[in-house]
Design a protein around this ligand. Sequence first.
Ligand SMILES: NC(=O)C1=CN([C@@H]2O[C@H](COP(=O)(O)OP(=O)(O)OC[C@H]3O[C@@H](n4cnc5c(N)ncnc54)[C@H](O)[C@@H]3O)[C@@H](O)[C@H]2O)C=CC1
Ligand SMILES: O=C(O)[C@H]1O[C@H](OP(=O)(O)OP(=O)(O)OC[C@H]2O[C@@H](n3ccc(=O)[nH]c3=O)[C@H](O)[C@@H]2O)[C@H](O)[C@@H](O)[C@@H]1O
Length: 446
Amino acid sequence: MRITIFGTGYVGLVTGACLAETGNHVVCVDVDADRVARLSHGEVPIYEPGLDALVAGNVNAGRLSFTTDAAAGVAHGKLQFIAVGTPSDESGAADLQYVRQVADTIGRHMTEYRLVITKSTVPVGTADEVRATIRAALEARAVSPEFDVASNPEFLKEGAAIEDFMKPDRVVIGVDNERAADHLRALYAPYNRSRDRCMVMDIRSAELTKYAANIMLAAKVSMMNELAQISDRLGADIERVRTAIGADHRIGYHFIYPGCGFGGSCFPKDVRALGSTSRQHGYQPALLDAIEGVNTRQKRVLFERLQAHFGDLAGRTIGIWGLAFKPNTDDMREAPSRTLMEALWAAGASVRAFDPEAMGEARRLYGDRTDLVLCDNALAAAEGVDALVVVTEWHIFRSPDFDELKTLMARPVIVDGRNIYEPEYLRREGFTYYGIGRAAGNPSPV
Ligand SMILES: NC(=O)C1=CN([C@@H]2O[C@H](COP(=O)(O)OP(=O)(O)OC[C@H]3O[C@@H](n4cnc5c(N)ncnc54)[C@H](O)[C@@H]3O)[C@@H](O)[C@H]2O)C=CC1
Ligand SMILES: O=C(O)[C@H]1O[C@H](OP(=O)(O)OP(=O)(O)OC[C@H]2O[C@@H](n3ccc(=O)[nH]c3=O)[C@H](O)[C@@H]2O)[C@H](O)[C@@H](O)[C@@H]1O
């Protein structure tokens, strides 16, 4: 099939490369000329395992190309995907300006049938707006080619995006007629060989399904973080609690890892956006507000732990392992590391930091700060520090040489924001250890 994708971010690029891999001819359109130039030379501007090879292979095979020429993009694909960003606006609602721009562009250039598919995460009712925007642009040109609008939200996770796209748990297809459903069923057939994963439904339900999935997952994480806070105050170990409750199949082991708060480009903004939609429709979303409130507080837990340990943090140097919002990505959007570093700087402390993939992004965000040293490796980030904080649970941080670490650090204090170490072991090795919700393993719970 001929496919056009607007937006070459995490979702647009992965979608484009994966669709090209199954034989489709894909043109990706972006307004960012620099990004398009880099991609056209086979340079992938984000870190996503396996994506470089997938993009390069399909570009070389002539099935995947990149352009800033929106008109050429509209001319190319019978299927037109919208995969642009939908960030929070200042009220917390999803900012739909980029989605509207693309809809208008399609309306201004289309000359024959197009199926316009929203893959971006958008509030319920956005498909109606996309349809109205296209129709207005067509009317302005006094032409009336047929078109359909569909919702096909994306559920991939950064760090496992290709696997998630190629072997989806489900493919949600929101349509209002059979023609649109048939196109999308055919497009996804190669990813459905073992069983039919397509769930065809009305457009509004599809749009809401995306938010519902992210909110359920964010709620699980916030629930565990709240239990961790309570565990700390009661002298229990949340890790024992986690493994025990996860054994109940109704709860399960996924997404019940307590930590230093969820980040990323989606959970925080989607919780806010559904809250905003609810309020616009006269419903006070108490639980959504609580998920956000718990997370905001949790993102300060590492700083508060350091403050409780040291009192005044002015003049202290803190080592940080992990800057990305989770492992296997270079994405620092709403990352807990940022909350921690900004609080430390405000308190007069300085930071030495290392992340296996996010150093470039950290340099872009904070490169001009004199109270941040971006280190070449994990041990360098521990040199001379008053405490070492694990913010992101990258594999390489799991089994360091603790003897060497103790020699390098000015003080043997470890704050484990992801509970990757055994408190008892570290204590025996001479460290002061703090985890999340692990008061049973903490020498001086706060
Ligand atoms: N990042 C993720 O893991 C996931 C994101 N989503 C959703 O997918 C959407 C996109 O997210 P990301 O890929 O992370 O965004 P992103 O911010 O990484 O990329 C968006 C891209 O769209 C481009 N763009 C903006 N206006 C444009 C226009 N008029 N024409 C063409 N390109 C334009 C930007 O230049 C940028 O390259 C969002 O709604 C997000 O909530 C859904 C599932 C997973
Ligand atoms: O809409 C989106 O963009 C995507 O959002 C999440 O994917 P992602 O943000 O890439 O990352 P997750 O693996 O879900 O992690 C989100 C955050 O929750 C935290 N988390 C996750 C799981 C857990 O048990 N504990 C925990 O603290 C992670 O550290 C991270 O900060 C969803 O998992 C995807 O299905 C969805 O498509």
